[in-house]
Design a protein around this ligand. Sequence first.
Ligand code: PAD
Ligand code: ZN
Ligand code: ZN
Length: 369
Amino acid sequence: MTSKGVSRVRAAVINAIGSAFEIEEVEIAEPQGSEVLVDVRAVGLCHSDLHFAQADVGMPLPLVLGHEVAGVVVAVGEDVTGLVPGDHVVGSLIQSCGTCPRCTAGAPFQCLNPFATLRGPDEPSRLTRDGQPVFGAFGLGGFAERALVHENQLAKVDTAVPFAEASILGCGVLTGVGAVLNGAGVKEGDTVAVIGLGGVGLNVLSGARLAGASRIIGVDVNDEKLALAASFGATDTVNGADSDAVAAVLELTGGVDHAFEVIGMKQTSEQAIAMLGVGGTAHLIGIHKPDRPIEIDVNTLLAPQRGIRGVYMGSSDLHRDVPRYAKLFLDGELNLSDLISREINIDQINDAYEELKNGAIARSVITSF
Ligand code: PAD
Ligand code: ZN
Ligand code: ZN
């Protein structure tokens, strides 16, 4: 690996949808224009990457996933204005052009021209293998020693935040805390239920605590996750495998103001709607397998005035929210360290994803290659 010119880096490559990650060498180009070359020091194993590795959502192959990235800037393109070599950065899959009406109105998560952060179809690929294009998912391609990323997808982060904790800021924290503080508008005293306490759901608990929710109920089927919940702000826990989660939440609260589904299952999405009180809203975060619609009896929404909404990346503004959450962490107000179940080498990625599927761990983070 060299720091100038094309580098060869180790990466976890998906060669066929449904197959395992294969650790291979790929070539990564020099930064041009608004691109930044990042030395990846930590990349988290978010469940979304497993969805995209296993379900065909139209991403070109071969594919390098990985979108929870923290690292150090090694080189910048000639148009980069906000970052210099040596900066510590957090990457996000929120692709924003910076100039469309949504971006200029402060909603980069609704950018109308998200592909502006990628190279055009006629330009050479950022990643190649034996000269052939390799697709870096969402303009990040974080499961690699280095990543070449548009500066709009990177936020500078305080060097006091360790890389593993910083990596989780890029998706789990932006999505989970942001869903509560930016998206849902949870008010002081509101009641909240969170179904699914993985790397994202635990952050929804944190968001609810920061918002001043009066009752925060964590629901999972894994006792280890339920044991973690209190350190993220849960006031009550429910094991959905042992009991009827809806009945338990209704008994505790009479129906919650906000229910967050953070798994991506039909059954739990329907539970989130069924456990709402009058005027309550279900916030659906989990990504569902394709073609698995949920069923709603609309009449159950009308008189109780219940709402349902989809949440994407916590309605986050990366450049506002990453420094904000980093400061909360450094001030001892946001628990990031308990999210990191273990730090692994990239060679362990398949085993670590197997463990994530079993629900036993919050986050594995790759910190060596
Ligand atoms: P994870 O695998 O770390 O967590 C899932 C949790 O759900 C685990 O703790 C499981 O034990 C628990 N669980 C499984 N089945 C049940 C059940 N029946 N009842 C209660 N709990 C159960 O995943 P994650 O936290 O990395 O991601 C969660 C989802 O959020 C996943 O679908 C991911 O793709 C999605 C996501 N969405 C966005 C977005 O912007 N919408 C962003 C990031 C992640
Ligand atoms: Zn993610
Ligand atoms: Zn835009």
